[in-house]
Design a protein around this ligand. Structure first.
Ligand SMILES: [Zn+2]
Length: 132
């Protein structure tokens, strides 16, 4: 099977419709905001972009995936890495549970490595932020 962005795009649009979430298509790094029920996602031109988009939906939909310090202004949670690690894991878990298996099979090893190193660098960045 080769990658066809159309199938991935219609799956993402279907989730948005069913869940009442607004998609903003962007080429900037993906983001999500559960409070506004919005995701800023990249057009799924590759399998990893599709899974990452699902991950952002997960942040809006799965209660465990809502990053409390980031989205609820609870700065006291900023240094509780267990909370945001759990939120990130839950958002990926949601993405895996909801993805179309045939599409997810096309994600390559180096895509996962890239996603993993992004996550780790995000964590490192957080660790260096002062808590106010
Ligand atoms: Zn995330």
């Amino acid at each position: 099977m080769t990658w066809t962005p159309d199938a991935a795009t219609s799956h993402l649009e279907e989730i948005a419709k069913v869940r009442g979430i607004t998609i903003v298509w962007t080429e900037k790094p993906p983001e999500s905001h559960p409070g506004y029920a919005m995701v800023w996602i990249n057009p799924p031109t590759s399998p990893i972009r599709y899974l990452t988009a699902l991950h952002e939906f997960g942040h809006c939909i799965d209660p465990q995936a809502v990053n409390l310090w980031k989205f609820c202004g609870k700065r006291e949670n900023a240094k509780d890495y267990r909370k945001w690690i759990n939120a990130e894991s839950a958002a990926w878990g949601w993405a895996f549970a909801e993805c179309r298996p045939a599409l997810a099979e096309l994600v390559r090893e180096r895509d996962w490595q890239m996603a993993g190193s992004c996550w780790l660098s995000y964590g490192r960045h957080l660790a260096l932020q002062p808590v106010r």
